[in-house]
Design a protein around this ligand. Sequence first.
Ligand SMILES: [Zn+2]
Ligand SMILES: [Zn+2]
Length: 235
Amino acid sequence: MSGLTALRTYAQTNPAKIPASILFSHTSTSLTIYDAFPKGIFHFLVLPRVQEPFTVSELSDLRTLLSGDKARAKQVISALNEDAKALRKEIEEEMLARYGFKWNVWTGFHAVPSMAHLHLHVLSDDLLSEKFKHKKHYNSFHPKLGFFLDVDEVLSWFEAEDSYYTAMAKLDTKHYESMLKEDLSCWRCNASMKTIPALKAHLQEEWDTQAKREKAKIERRRKMEEKGGDAATTE
Ligand SMILES: [Zn+2]
Ligand SMILES: [Zn+2]
């Protein structure tokens, strides 16, 4: 199966027939699959299943969806967002069980997708992964560059003036792709990075620091609760 159209195929497949190594879960309207090239410790894709009245071409990507009926587009994105919220809860439980603390999970679309069929990226913000090797991969998730469109931002377009919606819905490829060429920088502290290996080492340090801080917080809370003090509830 071609990597570029795999999502489109899954979206039209009975979930029971999709291998468990690929499919994480499904609902009546969506599939959640493991990203084949995870860019964070946790990285999933939530995609709409192709079902009446929606068509394959309408669900091709964010641009095709937004260029069609506005109410239908909002319905699709809101449903994906609800399923992503439930997924984030599961990820957080897994973070606590496996790592002893939880950290942020991003939910958004790429302005210009690399695979056919609409999909919402749900990934942990550590960005620690063997799979990211190129600047454009990193920049496509960098939350301050604009290529990664948070789902809440996209949903806010529906509430804005029509002219604003129309402008945003264009999702001009050239405009967005230029963002991928920006110099490497840490999305947390803005420090500029010369190479991908340097960036990865820095992101590892950032995450280790966060892990230490969060675990210390949990430990402090636990100790206070042991003492029976109600100070623990004031944080
Ligand atoms: Zn993507
Ligand atoms: Zn940094």
